[in-house]
Write a protein that binds this ligand. Structure first.
Ligand SMILES: Nc1ncnc2c1ncn2[C@@H]1O[C@H](COP(=O)(O)OP(=O)(O)O)[C@@H](O)[C@H]1O
Ligand SMILES: [Mg+2]
Length: 250
């Protein structure tokens, strides 16, 4: 579903992506880890078609994003139902109306179908009781889930998320991440998710990989990734364990 081939991107003298290749299969959840500044967001912007590589290709469901521009790119994104960042909610609209908004914008989805799809997605994300509430009445974690509900109601085939739970406390992060993955699996989307949160990565991923020196290394199922003998993967896991231990001592 997502194929990245030989992607290279530099800014001035800084080589951020260097011959990066990865394939994510239909329905798979791939989670990308990496230290801050390693180029995760730069890679995501290529998957979204927002940055052009110096060389290499990004092919999503057979469409080469690197070969199209402007309106053509918008068409491809729409056709693929690629979902980008979950944006801000409309404060004066109920949860229901927020989630229904993109469906109603389409103009051709009848109201009973709108109701059915919104109810389905709210239930999947554990938001059924919040249907008639306003965003201001919800916790931060619930607001994030509503934003994702609004994204998922369009049944995206590809879900791209760059640190979707940044800024939430650990407990809320768990419920939000689990809700996102439950909804994504139920709707059959392929997901490419960036997180700095290791427990989350291991819980939700079919495969995990590490962005290191411009390439994705160690890509494997969580258990296999944890047992990797790759020096950079080992160093990344060790640093994380040490910072956790230090945090527990505080
Ligand atoms: N538009 C840009 N111009 C110049 N440098 C950039 C630009 N975007 C990102 N970079 C650099 O690329 C590197 C990777 O950034 P980023 O992808 O945001 O890292 P992260 O892994 O934390 O998401 C950083 O050194 C950053 O300064
Ligand atoms: Mg980033």
């Amino acid at each position: 579903m997502i194929v990245v081939k030989g992607l290279c991107k530099r800014f001035g003298d800084a080589r951020v992506l260097e011959d990066l290749s990865i394939t994510v299969h239909e329905g798979e959840t791939f989670v990308l880890l990496g230290t801050s500044g390693s180029g995760k967001t730069v890679l995501m912007k290529h998957l979204e078609g927002l940055l052009k590589p110096d060389s290499g290709q990004v092919i999503i469901d057979g469409h080469d994003l690197t070969a199209c521009d402007g309106e053509e790119l918008m068409e491809v994104r729409k056709e693929l139902g690629i979902q980008f960042q979950a944006g801000a909610l409309f404060d004066s609209m109920s949860v229901f109306d927020n989630v229904a908004f993109p469906l109603r914008e389409l103009g051709h989805v009848r109201e009973p179908e709108v109701k059915r799809r919104v109810a389905e997605v709210l239930a999947l994300l554990g938001l059924a009781e919040a249907t008639e509430k306003l965003p201001g009445e919800l916790s931060g974690g619930m607001r994030k889930r509503v934003a994702f509900a609004r994204a998922m109601v369009m049944k995206p085939r590809v879900l791209l998320a760059d640190e979707p739970t940044a800024g939430l406390d650990p407990l809320t992060t768990d419920t939000v991440d689990d809700a996102i993955v439950t909804a994504q699996k139920a709707l059959g989307a392929t997901a490419f998710i960036i997180t700095h949160d290791l427990p989350t990565a291991f819980r939700i991923a079919d495969r995990v990989g590490l962005l290191h020196e411009g390439k994705i290394i160690g890509a494997a199922a969580p258990e296999e990734f944890k047992a990797s003998t790759h020096p950079a993967v080992k160093a990344f896991l060790k640093d994380w364990l040490e910072s956790e231990a230090a945090a527990r001592k505080l």
